[in-house]
Ligand binder design. Structure first.
Ligand code: PMP
Length: 369
Protein backbone atom coordinates (compact mmCIF):
# COMPACT_ATOMS: atom_id res chain seq x y z
CA UNK A 1 0.00 0.00 0.00
CA UNK A 2 2.99 2.33 -0.36
CA UNK A 3 1.49 4.21 -3.28
CA UNK A 4 -1.86 4.73 -1.54
CA UNK A 5 -0.08 6.04 1.53
CA UNK A 6 1.97 8.43 -0.57
CA UNK A 7 -1.10 9.86 -2.21
CA UNK A 8 -2.91 10.44 1.05
CA UNK A 9 0.13 12.18 2.52
CA UNK A 10 0.32 14.70 -0.26
CA UNK A 11 0.08 18.29 0.68
CA UNK A 12 -0.82 19.75 -2.66
CA UNK A 13 -0.56 23.31 -1.41
CA UNK A 14 3.18 22.89 -0.91
CA UNK A 15 3.86 21.73 -4.38
CA UNK A 16 5.12 24.49 -6.56
CA UNK A 17 3.13 25.19 -9.70
CA UNK A 18 5.15 23.55 -12.42
CA UNK A 19 7.10 25.61 -14.97
CA UNK A 20 5.43 28.78 -13.75
CA UNK A 21 2.11 27.69 -15.24
CA UNK A 22 -0.75 28.40 -12.95
CA UNK A 23 -2.00 24.93 -12.09
CA UNK A 24 -4.94 25.66 -9.90
CA UNK A 25 -6.80 22.40 -9.55
CA UNK A 26 -9.99 23.20 -7.68
CA UNK A 27 -12.66 24.25 -10.14
CA UNK A 28 -14.75 25.64 -7.31
CA UNK A 29 -12.03 28.16 -6.48
CA UNK A 30 -11.77 29.88 -9.79
CA UNK A 31 -13.66 31.80 -12.46
CA UNK A 32 -13.01 31.04 -16.12
CA UNK A 33 -12.13 34.68 -16.80
CA UNK A 34 -11.69 34.39 -20.55
CA UNK A 35 -14.88 32.39 -20.93
CA UNK A 36 -15.07 28.84 -22.21
CA UNK A 37 -11.40 28.58 -23.15
CA UNK A 38 -10.43 28.90 -19.49
CA UNK A 39 -12.66 25.93 -18.67
CA UNK A 40 -10.43 23.65 -20.76
CA UNK A 41 -8.08 21.41 -18.80
CA UNK A 42 -7.51 21.18 -15.02
CA UNK A 43 -9.37 17.90 -15.06
CA UNK A 44 -9.54 15.51 -12.09
CA UNK A 45 -7.23 12.50 -11.85
CA UNK A 46 -9.64 9.69 -11.04
CA UNK A 47 -8.51 6.70 -8.98
CA UNK A 48 -9.67 3.52 -10.69
CA UNK A 49 -10.52 1.75 -7.45
CA UNK A 50 -10.96 -1.83 -8.57
CA UNK A 51 -7.87 -1.92 -10.78
CA UNK A 52 -5.84 -0.23 -8.05
CA UNK A 53 -6.91 -2.93 -5.59
CA UNK A 54 -6.23 -5.70 -8.09
CA UNK A 55 -2.73 -4.52 -8.98
CA UNK A 56 -1.64 -3.10 -5.60
CA UNK A 57 -0.74 0.09 -7.46
CA UNK A 58 -2.51 3.42 -7.78
CA UNK A 59 -4.07 3.31 -11.26
CA UNK A 60 -5.23 6.83 -12.09
CA UNK A 61 -7.12 8.20 -15.11
CA UNK A 62 -7.04 11.84 -16.23
CA UNK A 63 -10.70 12.77 -16.76
CA UNK A 64 -10.38 14.46 -20.14
CA UNK A 65 -14.01 13.69 -20.96
CA UNK A 66 -14.77 16.59 -18.61
CA UNK A 67 -13.47 19.18 -21.06
CA UNK A 68 -16.17 21.46 -22.56
CA UNK A 69 -16.04 19.67 -25.94
CA UNK A 70 -15.95 16.31 -24.19
CA UNK A 71 -12.42 15.20 -25.05
CA UNK A 72 -8.68 15.58 -24.58
CA UNK A 73 -8.56 17.34 -27.97
CA UNK A 74 -9.95 20.59 -26.53
CA UNK A 75 -6.47 21.26 -25.16
CA UNK A 76 -4.78 20.89 -28.54
CA UNK A 77 -7.55 22.89 -30.24
CA UNK A 78 -6.96 25.82 -27.92
CA UNK A 79 -3.19 25.70 -28.36
CA UNK A 80 -3.19 25.53 -32.17
CA UNK A 81 -5.59 28.48 -32.33
CA UNK A 82 -3.68 30.58 -29.79
CA UNK A 83 -0.39 29.72 -31.47
CA UNK A 84 -1.78 31.03 -34.77
CA UNK A 85 -2.87 34.20 -32.97
CA UNK A 86 0.60 34.64 -31.46
CA UNK A 87 2.24 34.18 -34.85
CA UNK A 88 -0.09 36.81 -36.33
CA UNK A 89 -1.62 34.26 -38.71
CA UNK A 90 -5.10 34.71 -37.26
CA UNK A 91 -6.62 38.11 -36.61
CA UNK A 92 -10.10 39.04 -35.34
CA UNK A 93 -12.81 37.76 -37.68
CA UNK A 94 -10.44 35.18 -39.20
CA UNK A 95 -11.07 31.58 -40.23
CA UNK A 96 -9.64 28.33 -38.88
CA UNK A 97 -9.49 25.40 -41.32
CA UNK A 98 -8.82 21.80 -40.27
CA UNK A 99 -9.13 18.31 -41.67
CA UNK A 100 -10.76 16.15 -39.01
CA UNK A 101 -13.73 13.91 -38.47
CA UNK A 102 -13.60 13.73 -34.75
CA UNK A 103 -12.85 15.31 -31.43
CA UNK A 104 -10.44 17.94 -32.75
CA UNK A 105 -13.22 19.41 -34.87
CA UNK A 106 -15.55 19.57 -31.89
CA UNK A 107 -12.83 21.17 -29.74
CA UNK A 108 -12.03 23.69 -32.48
CA UNK A 109 -15.73 24.49 -32.92
CA UNK A 110 -16.07 25.42 -29.25
CA UNK A 111 -12.83 27.41 -29.19
CA UNK A 112 -13.61 29.24 -32.45
CA UNK A 113 -17.15 30.17 -31.37
CA UNK A 114 -15.82 31.41 -28.04
CA UNK A 115 -13.15 33.54 -29.72
CA UNK A 116 -15.29 34.72 -32.66
CA UNK A 117 -13.51 32.87 -35.49
CA UNK A 118 -15.14 31.03 -38.37
CA UNK A 119 -14.38 27.31 -38.64
CA UNK A 120 -14.17 25.23 -41.82
CA UNK A 121 -13.89 21.44 -41.52
CA UNK A 122 -12.96 18.98 -44.26
CA UNK A 123 -13.67 15.31 -43.57
CA UNK A 124 -13.95 12.05 -45.53
CA UNK A 125 -17.53 11.50 -46.73
CA UNK A 126 -17.53 8.07 -45.06
CA UNK A 127 -18.20 9.73 -41.70
CA UNK A 128 -21.62 9.52 -40.06
CA UNK A 129 -24.28 12.16 -40.61
CA UNK A 130 -24.34 12.55 -36.82
CA UNK A 131 -20.79 13.93 -36.79
CA UNK A 132 -21.53 16.33 -39.65
CA UNK A 133 -24.70 17.54 -37.93
CA UNK A 134 -22.90 18.08 -34.62
CA UNK A 135 -20.11 20.15 -36.21
CA UNK A 136 -22.65 22.21 -38.18
CA UNK A 137 -24.77 22.92 -35.13
CA UNK A 138 -21.60 24.03 -33.33
CA UNK A 139 -21.21 26.63 -36.09
CA UNK A 140 -18.70 24.96 -38.45
CA UNK A 141 -18.87 24.96 -42.24
CA UNK A 142 -18.41 21.27 -43.13
CA UNK A 143 -17.16 19.79 -46.41
CA UNK A 144 -17.45 16.00 -46.68
CA UNK A 145 -15.08 15.02 -49.53
CA UNK A 146 -14.29 11.65 -51.20
CA UNK A 147 -12.31 9.37 -48.90
CA UNK A 148 -9.01 9.04 -50.76
CA UNK A 149 -5.50 8.19 -49.54
CA UNK A 150 -3.13 10.82 -48.11
CA UNK A 151 -0.99 10.62 -51.29
CA UNK A 152 -3.94 11.86 -53.37
CA UNK A 153 -4.12 15.70 -53.59
CA UNK A 154 -7.88 15.46 -53.06
CA UNK A 155 -7.41 13.93 -49.58
CA UNK A 156 -9.32 15.97 -46.98
CA UNK A 157 -6.14 17.21 -45.30
CA UNK A 158 -4.74 18.70 -48.51
CA UNK A 159 -8.10 20.26 -49.33
CA UNK A 160 -8.15 21.90 -45.89
CA UNK A 161 -4.65 23.27 -46.47
CA UNK A 162 -5.55 24.69 -49.90
CA UNK A 163 -8.75 26.24 -48.56
CA UNK A 164 -6.76 28.17 -45.94
CA UNK A 165 -4.09 29.21 -48.45
CA UNK A 166 -6.72 30.70 -50.76
CA UNK A 167 -8.48 32.69 -48.06
CA UNK A 168 -7.44 35.96 -46.45
CA UNK A 169 -6.88 35.83 -42.64
CA UNK A 170 -7.22 32.05 -42.50
CA UNK A 171 -5.05 29.35 -40.98
CA UNK A 172 -4.80 25.59 -41.48
CA UNK A 173 -4.18 24.32 -37.97
CA UNK A 174 -2.70 20.99 -39.15
CA UNK A 175 -3.08 19.05 -35.90
CA UNK A 176 -0.83 16.13 -36.92
CA UNK A 177 2.34 18.09 -37.60
CA UNK A 178 1.72 21.33 -35.75
CA UNK A 179 3.73 21.00 -32.54
CA UNK A 180 1.54 23.53 -30.74
CA UNK A 181 -0.62 20.43 -30.20
CA UNK A 182 2.16 18.70 -28.24
CA UNK A 183 2.94 21.97 -26.46
CA UNK A 184 -0.58 21.95 -24.94
CA UNK A 185 0.36 18.79 -23.06
CA UNK A 186 3.85 19.99 -22.13
CA UNK A 187 2.35 23.12 -20.58
CA UNK A 188 -0.91 21.82 -19.13
CA UNK A 189 -1.64 18.07 -18.94
CA UNK A 190 1.90 17.08 -17.93
CA UNK A 191 2.19 19.68 -15.15
CA UNK A 192 -1.30 18.82 -13.90
CA UNK A 193 -0.38 15.13 -13.57
CA UNK A 194 2.86 16.04 -11.80
CA UNK A 195 1.03 18.37 -9.45
CA UNK A 196 -1.88 16.03 -8.78
CA UNK A 197 0.44 13.14 -7.85
CA UNK A 198 2.79 15.40 -5.92
CA UNK A 199 5.58 14.38 -8.27
CA UNK A 200 5.20 10.75 -7.17
CA UNK A 201 3.97 9.39 -10.51
CA UNK A 202 6.05 6.33 -11.54
CA UNK A 203 4.70 5.63 -15.01
CA UNK A 204 2.50 7.02 -17.74
CA UNK A 205 0.89 5.31 -20.71
CA UNK A 206 -1.51 6.28 -23.50
CA UNK A 207 -2.31 5.67 -27.14
CA UNK A 208 -1.68 8.14 -29.93
CA UNK A 209 -3.53 9.62 -32.87
CA UNK A 210 -1.55 12.77 -33.63
CA UNK A 211 0.87 11.85 -30.84
CA UNK A 212 0.42 15.20 -29.08
CA UNK A 213 -0.86 13.76 -25.81
CA UNK A 214 1.72 10.98 -25.45
CA UNK A 215 4.69 13.07 -26.58
CA UNK A 216 3.85 16.19 -24.59
CA UNK A 217 3.13 14.42 -21.31
CA UNK A 218 6.14 12.11 -21.70
CA UNK A 219 8.46 15.05 -22.38
CA UNK A 220 7.24 16.97 -19.35
CA UNK A 221 7.28 14.05 -16.89
CA UNK A 222 10.72 12.88 -18.04
CA UNK A 223 12.18 16.36 -17.64
CA UNK A 224 10.58 16.92 -14.25
CA UNK A 225 11.76 13.55 -12.87
CA UNK A 226 15.21 13.47 -14.50
CA UNK A 227 14.04 10.57 -16.64
CA UNK A 228 12.72 8.51 -13.71
CA UNK A 229 9.05 8.42 -14.79
CA UNK A 230 8.60 5.59 -17.27
CA UNK A 231 6.43 6.14 -20.32
CA UNK A 232 4.85 3.55 -22.59
CA UNK A 233 2.95 3.83 -25.85
CA UNK A 234 -0.32 1.87 -26.00
CA UNK A 235 -1.21 0.84 -29.54
CA UNK A 236 -4.34 -0.63 -31.16
CA UNK A 237 -4.36 -3.23 -33.97
CA UNK A 238 -3.75 -1.65 -37.38
CA UNK A 239 -1.25 0.93 -36.10
CA UNK A 240 2.44 0.75 -37.00
CA UNK A 241 3.84 2.38 -33.87
CA UNK A 242 4.07 -0.66 -31.60
CA UNK A 243 6.09 -2.59 -34.15
CA UNK A 244 8.19 0.53 -34.84
CA UNK A 245 9.13 0.89 -31.18
CA UNK A 246 9.53 -2.79 -30.35
CA UNK A 247 11.62 -3.46 -33.49
CA UNK A 248 13.91 -0.51 -32.77
CA UNK A 249 12.71 1.76 -35.55
CA UNK A 250 11.32 -0.17 -38.51
CA UNK A 251 8.10 1.06 -40.09
CA UNK A 252 6.20 -1.98 -41.28
CA UNK A 253 3.02 -2.03 -43.32
CA UNK A 254 -0.21 -1.47 -41.47
CA UNK A 255 -2.48 -4.49 -41.33
CA UNK A 256 -5.62 -5.10 -39.34
CA UNK A 257 -8.11 -2.64 -37.95
CA UNK A 258 -9.54 -1.67 -34.58
CA UNK A 259 -12.83 -0.72 -32.97
CA UNK A 260 -11.07 2.25 -31.36
CA UNK A 261 -11.47 5.68 -32.96
CA UNK A 262 -9.04 8.59 -33.00
CA UNK A 263 -5.97 6.46 -32.27
CA UNK A 264 -3.51 4.34 -34.23
CA UNK A 265 -1.08 5.83 -36.71
CA UNK A 266 0.67 4.89 -39.93
CA UNK A 267 3.59 7.29 -39.64
CA UNK A 268 5.74 9.20 -37.15
CA UNK A 269 4.09 12.63 -36.95
CA UNK A 270 6.03 15.81 -36.17
CA UNK A 271 4.30 15.83 -32.78
CA UNK A 272 5.69 12.40 -31.90
CA UNK A 273 9.07 12.63 -33.60
CA UNK A 274 10.96 14.73 -31.00
CA UNK A 275 10.00 12.44 -28.11
CA UNK A 276 9.64 8.95 -29.51
CA UNK A 277 13.11 8.00 -28.27
CA UNK A 278 12.14 8.95 -24.72
CA UNK A 279 9.64 6.07 -24.54
CA UNK A 280 10.51 3.06 -22.39
CA UNK A 281 8.49 0.65 -24.49
CA UNK A 282 5.11 -0.03 -26.00
CA UNK A 283 2.12 -2.30 -25.50
CA UNK A 284 -0.13 -3.75 -28.15
CA UNK A 285 -3.70 -3.89 -26.85
CA UNK A 286 -6.30 -6.09 -28.56
CA UNK A 287 -9.89 -5.05 -29.24
CA UNK A 288 -11.01 -7.98 -27.06
CA UNK A 289 -9.28 -6.50 -24.01
CA UNK A 290 -10.44 -2.98 -24.87
CA UNK A 291 -14.13 -3.88 -25.17
CA UNK A 292 -14.06 -5.87 -21.93
CA UNK A 293 -12.63 -2.81 -20.20
CA UNK A 294 -15.40 -0.57 -21.64
CA UNK A 295 -17.89 -2.73 -19.74
CA UNK A 296 -15.73 -3.11 -16.63
CA UNK A 297 -15.16 0.65 -16.25
CA UNK A 298 -18.89 1.21 -16.48
CA UNK A 299 -19.78 -1.54 -14.02
CA UNK A 300 -16.96 -1.12 -11.50
CA UNK A 301 -16.29 2.61 -11.60
CA UNK A 302 -19.42 4.18 -13.10
CA UNK A 303 -17.21 5.53 -15.88
CA UNK A 304 -18.90 5.69 -19.29
CA UNK A 305 -15.85 5.79 -21.56
CA UNK A 306 -15.00 5.56 -25.24
CA UNK A 307 -12.85 2.76 -26.59
CA UNK A 308 -9.58 4.71 -26.77
CA UNK A 309 -9.90 5.56 -23.06
CA UNK A 310 -10.46 1.90 -22.22
CA UNK A 311 -7.52 0.77 -24.33
CA UNK A 312 -5.49 3.21 -22.24
CA UNK A 313 -6.89 1.74 -19.02
CA UNK A 314 -5.94 -1.80 -20.12
CA UNK A 315 -2.44 -0.49 -20.82
CA UNK A 316 -2.25 1.19 -17.39
CA UNK A 317 -3.25 -2.10 -15.74
CA UNK A 318 -0.58 -3.99 -17.68
CA UNK A 319 2.08 -1.39 -16.83
CA UNK A 320 1.07 -1.64 -13.14
CA UNK A 321 1.40 -5.43 -13.27
CA UNK A 322 4.77 -5.11 -14.97
CA UNK A 323 6.13 -2.64 -12.39
CA UNK A 324 4.73 -4.55 -9.40
CA UNK A 325 2.90 -3.38 -6.29
CA UNK A 326 3.31 0.09 -4.85
CA UNK A 327 3.60 2.20 -8.00
CA UNK A 328 1.56 5.12 -9.29
CA UNK A 329 0.49 4.67 -12.90
CA UNK A 330 -1.36 7.37 -14.83
CA UNK A 331 -3.30 7.24 -18.09
CA UNK A 332 -5.75 9.37 -20.05
CA UNK A 333 -9.55 8.98 -20.22
CA UNK A 334 -9.81 10.64 -23.64
CA UNK A 335 -13.57 10.91 -24.08
CA UNK A 336 -16.91 9.43 -23.04
CA UNK A 337 -18.94 6.69 -24.75
CA UNK A 338 -21.75 9.03 -25.79
CA UNK A 339 -20.82 9.27 -29.48
CA UNK A 340 -20.15 5.52 -29.72
CA UNK A 341 -23.00 4.00 -27.71
CA UNK A 342 -24.90 2.73 -30.77
CA UNK A 343 -21.93 0.47 -31.46
CA UNK A 344 -20.25 -0.33 -28.14
CA UNK A 345 -23.49 -1.42 -26.47
CA UNK A 346 -25.17 -3.05 -29.48
CA UNK A 347 -25.48 -6.84 -29.64
CA UNK A 348 -25.58 -6.76 -33.45
CA UNK A 349 -22.41 -4.70 -33.71
CA UNK A 350 -20.56 -6.77 -31.10
CA UNK A 351 -21.55 -9.92 -33.00
CA UNK A 352 -20.37 -8.46 -36.32
CA UNK A 353 -17.04 -7.53 -34.76
CA UNK A 354 -16.76 -10.99 -33.14
CA UNK A 355 -16.46 -9.36 -29.73
CA UNK A 356 -19.55 -10.69 -28.00
CA UNK A 357 -17.54 -13.42 -26.28
CA UNK A 358 -15.19 -10.82 -24.81
CA UNK A 359 -17.94 -9.42 -22.60
CA UNK A 360 -17.95 -11.30 -19.28
CA UNK A 361 -21.31 -13.03 -18.63
CA UNK A 362 -22.18 -10.88 -15.60
CA UNK A 363 -21.72 -7.70 -17.70
CA UNK A 364 -23.98 -8.75 -20.57
CA UNK A 365 -26.81 -6.82 -18.93
CA UNK A 366 -25.20 -3.65 -20.34
CA UNK A 367 -25.73 -4.83 -23.93
CA UNK A 368 -29.03 -3.01 -24.30
CA UNK A 369 -29.06 -1.84 -27.92
N1 PMP B 1 -8.71 9.29 -28.20
C1 PMP B 1 -9.62 9.91 -28.96
C2 PMP B 1 -11.07 9.54 -28.79
C3 PMP B 1 -9.23 10.89 -29.89
O1 PMP B 1 -10.14 11.50 -30.67
C4 PMP B 1 -7.84 11.18 -30.02
C5 PMP B 1 -7.38 12.20 -31.03
N2 PMP B 1 -7.44 11.79 -32.37
C6 PMP B 1 -6.92 10.49 -29.23
C7 PMP B 1 -7.40 9.56 -28.31
C8 PMP B 1 -5.43 10.67 -29.38
O2 PMP B 1 -4.92 11.92 -29.00
P1 PMP B 1 -3.65 12.54 -29.72
O3 PMP B 1 -4.12 13.11 -31.04
O4 PMP B 1 -3.17 13.59 -28.79
O5 PMP B 1 -2.63 11.48 -29.95
Amino acid sequence: RRAAALLSELNLAQIEAANGHNIEISKAQRIAQRGLVDAIGKTPLIRLKRLSEETGCEVLGKAEFQNPGGSVKDRAALYVVENAEKLGLLKPGGTVVEGTAGNTGIGLAHVCRSKGYKLVIYMPNTQSQGKIDLLRLLGAEVYPVPAVAFENPENYNHQAKRHAENLENAVWTNQFDNVANRQAHIETTGPEIWYQTGGKVDAFTCATGTGGTLAGITRYLKEKSNGKVKSFLADPPGSVLHSYISSGGKLVDRSGSSITEGIGQGRITDNLQPDIDLLDGSLHISDEKTIEMVYRCLDEEGLYLGASSCLNVVAAKEVAEKLGKGHIVVTVLCDGAYRYADRLFSRKWLTEKKLLDSIPKHLEKYIVL
